[in-house]
Design a protein around this ligand. Structure first.
Ligand code: UT7
Length: 336
């Protein structure tokens, strides 16, 4: 399969490197039992046992009514800036990966820029659903390596709770809200080693929110629809394939991976990917139990958790893997 790849296995030149990470979860935490009680009031039957057994999810966070995607993004960005010891004024690129923007337009990235009190640098959103962060990181890396940017804020932020149909137990128990961010800056050494992005629009319908705004009204259904089994099957196949392909581009192999951070949708997909790559689950960062599926935010949130609890240390080799609506998928291999 053809892919877009960043330069791989180059030993000198201009590269990008993660200088700091940040994450933010909204305050309202809902356990499976609490969600099941709320759903029961609507006549929708589910249980903690079913959700844990089929997905590994135990709780998720939901944003408060007035809390926007940009609010979560800014909180995560500020933590990443602090961790990178980076003055916000030096940021010259902002990319927000999201499918739940504050507005139809302008982009959430421009709203984040305004809330951070900076102006003038490039700012745009990346829409690749749950693969959004891997897409955004690859684009930021390309812009830094080309000299178009020096220091980027790359953010994944979502309020998926706003898209959920709470009468559909097959989807409403899966998702949560949150944001993760990194400061990505120019460096003499990698950093990002190799990446690859893919999409297959033949699968638009298996995971979508088909509504749109027209004539002042919502046209079509604005809630999330998913054929879970079809997504599951595709996900386990492409996650193995793209990881292997990126390793080949980087001139490395599975044994070189210190940490795998797959999109946090379902523990069974992560276990299957780890098994196929012959990696112990001890090397897989798992946050799905506490976060649920936060779409584009899931990978940077998991990265931030593992950096802050000191599992991921400077110099470790980390594979990030995204997969989601579109159908989209991709992977980034980096030395942290
Ligand atoms: O972020 C983008 C990527 N997304 C994903 O990777 C999601 C991929 N898909 C999945 O993770 C899984 O397919 C799900 C977790 C969504 C569903 O798990 P499954 O093992 O594929 O279950 P299923 O859809 O085959 O449903 C099995 C049964 C059905 O009942 P019957 O027909 O066997 O009587 C469902 O009605 O489980 C039932 N069910 C539930 N029962 C209790 C579905 N949802 C629930 C629920 N609580 N919440």
């Amino acid at each position: 399969m053809n892919g877009i790849a960043s330069t791989a296995a180059v030993t000198s030149g201009r590269f990008s490197r993660i200088a700091g990470t940040g994450g933010h979860l909204p305050g309202r935490r809902l356990t499976n039992a609490e969600l099941a009680d709320q759903l029961a009031l609507r006549g929708v039957e589910t249980s903690d046992d079913w959700i844990v057994e089929r997905t590994g999810i135990r709780a998720r966070h939901f944003a408060a009514d007035g809390e926007q995607c940009s609010d979560l993004a800014v909180a995560a960005a500020r933590r990443a800036l602090d961790a990178a010891d980076c003055d916000v004024a030096s940021i010259d690129l902002i990319i927000v990966a999201t499918s739940t923007p504050d507005m139809v337009f302008p982009s959430t990235a421009c709203i984040v820029q305004q809330k951070l009190g900076i102006a003038g640098c490039a700012a745009f959103d990346m829409q690749a659903v749950c693969s959004g962060f891997v897409y955004a990181l690859t684009v930021a890396d390309s812009m830094i390596r080309s000299g178009a940017a020096n220091k980027a804020l790359v953010i994944g932020a979502e309020v998926f709770s706003r898209l959920l149909d709470f009468d559909d137990r097959g989807t409403c128990v899966l998702f949560g809200d949150g944001a993760g961010a990194v400061v990505l800056q120019a460096s003499d050494s990698p950093g990002l080693i190799a990446s690859e992005l893919h999409a297959d629009g033949r699968y638009v319908d298996i995971l979508c929110t088909p509504g749109s705004v027209a004539g002042g009204l919502i046209r079509g259904d604005p809630t999330l629809k998913m054929d879970g089994q079809a997504v599951f099957k595709l996900a386990v196949g492409v996650l193995e394939e793209v990881a292997r392909s990126v390793l080949v581009k980087a001139g490395r192999n599975e044994a070189d991976i210190d940490w795998l951070i797959p999109h946090q949708a379902n523990i069974r997909i992560m276990q299957s990917t780890a098994r196929k790559l012959k990696l112990s689950m001890d090397k897989v960062i798992v946050t799905v139990a506490d976060h649920g599926n936060t779409s584009a935010a899931s990978i940077p949130l998991a990265l931030d958790v593992a950096v802050r609890d000191r599992r991921i240390a400077r110099g470790d080799t980390v594979m990030l893997e995204g997969v989601g609506g579109g159908f989209t998928w991709g992977a980034v291999l980096l030395d942290y």
